[in-house]
Design a binder for this molecule. Sequence first.
Ligand SMILES: Nc1nc(=O)c2c([nH]1)NC[C@@H]1CN(c3ccc(C(=O)N[C@@H](CCC(=O)O)C(=O)O)cc3)CN21
Ligand SMILES: CC(C)C(=O)C(=O)O
Ligand SMILES: [Mg+2]
Length: 259
Amino acid sequence: MAKKHTIDTIKAAKNSEKLVMITAYDALFAKLFSPLVDMILVGDSLNMIFAAKPDTLSASMEQMLYHTQAVCAGAPESFTIFDMPYGSYTNKKDALKNAIRVYQESYADAVKLEGGKEKCHIVSHLTKNGIAVMGHIGLLPQHVRGAGGYKVANNKDKLIEDAKALEDAGVFAIILEGVKADIAKDITASVEVPVIGIGAGKDVDGQVLVWSDMLGFFEDFKPKFVKRYLNGAKLVKEAVAAYAQEVKNGRFPTKDYSY
Ligand SMILES: Nc1nc(=O)c2c([nH]1)NC[C@@H]1CN(c3ccc(C(=O)N[C@@H](CCC(=O)O)C(=O)O)cc3)CN21
Ligand SMILES: CC(C)C(=O)C(=O)O
Ligand SMILES: [Mg+2]
């Protein structure tokens, strides 16, 4: 990706090229991913992956800001999206206050928040104040406890209504999570902003995956939509085992590694 995206180039990608998005939570990986993807999401999924919590609900603004500062430091050339944590956008006033913190305390380019029609008054309040907002509909991880689990969403008419309402409220793109592929196709066709899928099949405008899922580091989590492009956990375990063995048997360090 030669030049950093803007909301205009992201919108223009619809119907011309697929958009590639990946999560990152730290500078090291963000720097590796940056030249290879269109957008980086600092997902509240970091609460589960980085902090080993059972869900995303306890992620805080402070934690999200800390990780976003790290990601932006590692990937200044990437369009970076801050995932608004649970409870940070329950009303217009709090949402704007917290979104302004994102722009003032990090270099994130946009924020993302979960919800459709019922969140549009908040989305338009943010966009009217100069904040770029990405929507997120379908399976909403922040609703996991209230909903009693992660469930694929199949209410096509409601999802199309949500997508259109978000577009009217001013989002520049929409995440569509956990939706049957044929329904996702119709939702994607119903709006002019790009729809980025996760577990939503191929007929969307782009894809997002959690980095540690697609690189095979998050071994305990293997839902249907995750493709493993690397067996990260296996490679790391082999390397650390080799190091441990060489320390134990005195083969490391040799003269080459000694002063
Ligand atoms: N590591 C990780 N990857 C993610 O993609 C992710 C997170 N964490 N945390 C936040 C949310 C939670 N997500 C999830 C979590 C579980 C399922 C899941 O169990 N899916 C079932 C389908 C259930 C159904 O058929 O209704 C599956 O078996 O695929 C899906 C998305 C996606 N997000
Ligand atoms: C799964 C993606 C879209 C997300 O919201 C996250 O990583 O938190
Ligand atoms: Mg999230």
